[in-house]
Design a protein around this ligand. Structure first.
Ligand SMILES: *Cc1c(COP(=O)(O)O)cnc(C)c1O
Length: 409
């Protein structure tokens, strides 16, 4: 880590990079103060003091390593960054205020006017908007492609393409992208591949080991895992992250120490939670497939999933999110889905995901409601589609609650 002038002293710090993911989740990156606290300390301070004017000058000039101001560095934020960097097997991480702040910071730090992005069309709704509506204003253009079609990725490459961006599995239809294959396309084009690893996390998929250059997270989801705070993070090599860090410390898209502390604690249980979420979602997907009211289930763990073999290759499990379509008449598609959602009693009707609480949502009128009907149809998000982020309640209680919904279809 070459954060000249902005790194904590190394002596009390445990990098943990030689350990397995479960061990890193608990131990990597902790910076222990001289008090010897066992749990991670939290440093809610906006600025830092010096013993003399000379020391202040040395810090500001970069001659001396240390903190200055929490828009630049903060020990709690750095501890979270070191832990997630170790877990994703990257050189360095930069934490941001939200997942969207991560995408904005990354794009403005690494790209310039006249550059071009190729992006999967099946990415988070705000990701489409930020590229299409806002980043486009800086003269950086984005082309959207079918994430499953390698020829489409290749065909979209232009001489000025600098970044390829994807999410795998996608939300809500669990479409997968062959990350190694797209990494090869990016490499031969001299562009960087960025993977939004929000749905699987490093506990289940490590895009950097598959050839991606940068991993991005909405830490808001599984990294926290209990639906408390909003945050984001980027992981990559030292050179790229130094650029991103430069942007974040200047633009102020930084993470707060309170949130970093929550995420740091969240990471400790991440591998355990992802294993449990995956087991629960797998059981629920199998059960839903057998229900007469269900037309189709989208989950990469099912053998009926067209890319199940790819899922087994690049993921170590299938994650906690699935979606399904109701059997309904053409003029009853939306109503059937709404009746199902409304008849559940315990499940939370919310668009958030990655929580210990199971959530249920109607993508066509919430997360994907701002797309035109044609764009939704092209993306395969039909009005009878329901998404479930499977939480950690007892699986029989989740099934019983969904049964109430299915009975109302
Ligand atoms: C939520 C989400 C984002 C945006 O993250 P925020 O923390 O809400 O800004 C980006 N990508 C995916 C896949 C998400 O689910």
């Amino acid at each position: 880590m070459s954060k000249k002038g902005f790194e904590r002293p190394e002596r009390l710090q445990f990098s943990g990079s030689e350990y397995a993911t479960e061990t890193q989740a608990v131990r990597a990156g902790q910076w222990r103060s001289e008090e010897g606290e066992h749990s991670d300390a939290i440093f809610p301070t906006s600025s830092f003091v010096y013993t003399s004017a000379r020391e202040a000058a040395a810090r500001f000039s970069g001659e001396e390593v240390g903190n200055i101001y929490s828009r630049f560095t903060n020990p709690t934020v750095q501890a979270f960054e070191r832990r997630i960097a170790a877990m994703e097997e990257g050189e360095r991480a930069v934490a941001t205020a939200s997942g969207m702040a991560a995408i904005l910071s990354l794009t403005l730090a690494l790209m310039k006017q006249g550059d071009h992005i190729v992006c999967s069309r099946s990415v988070f709704g705000s990701t489409v908007s930020i590229f299409d509506k806002y980043i486009s204003r800086t003269g950086i253009e984005t082309s959207f492609v079918n994430p499953c079609d390698l020829d489409a990725w290749q065909a979209a490459i232009r001489p000025n393409t600098r970044m390829l961006f994807l999410e795998s599995p996608s939300n809500p239809l669990a479409e997968l992208t062959d990350i190694s294959a797209v990494a090869a396309i990016a490499q031969s084009a001299g562009a960087k591949l960025v993977v939004d690893n929000c749905f699987l996390t490093p506990a289940l998929q490590k895009p950097l080991l598959l050839g991606a250059d940068i991993v991005m997270h909405s830490a808001t989801k599984y990294l926290d895992g209990q639906g408390r705070v909003v945050g984001g993070v980027l992981v990559g090599n030292d050179a790229d992250m130094e650029e991103v860090f430069g942007f974040v410390r200047t633009a102020g898209t930084c993470m707060s120490p309170f949130n970093a502390w929550i995420f740091q604690k969240g990471l400790e249980t991440l591998p355990l939670r992802m294993k449990a979420h995956s087991e629960q979602a797998f059981a629920l997907a199998r059960w839903l497939e057998a229900q007469p009211q269900v037309k189709r289930v989208y989950y990469s763990g099912l053998e009926s999933h067209p890319q199940h073999a790819l899922a087994c290759e690049q993921q170590s499990a299938f994650g906690g999110v699935l979606s399904f379509e109701t059997h309904a008449a053409v003029d009853d598609l939306r109503s059937s889905a709404w009746r199902c959602i409304d008849a559940t009693r315990m499940l939370s009707i919310t668009a958030n995901l990655g929580d210990v609480k199971t959530t249920i949502t109607h993508p066509a009128t919430t997360t994907h409601g701002r797309m035109t009907a044609e764009a939704r149809a092209a993306a395969g998000i039909h009005d009878n589609l329901i998404r479930v982020s499977v939480g950690l309640e007892n699986i029989d209680d989740i099934k019983a609650d969904l049964q109430l919904g299915l009975d109302a279809i």
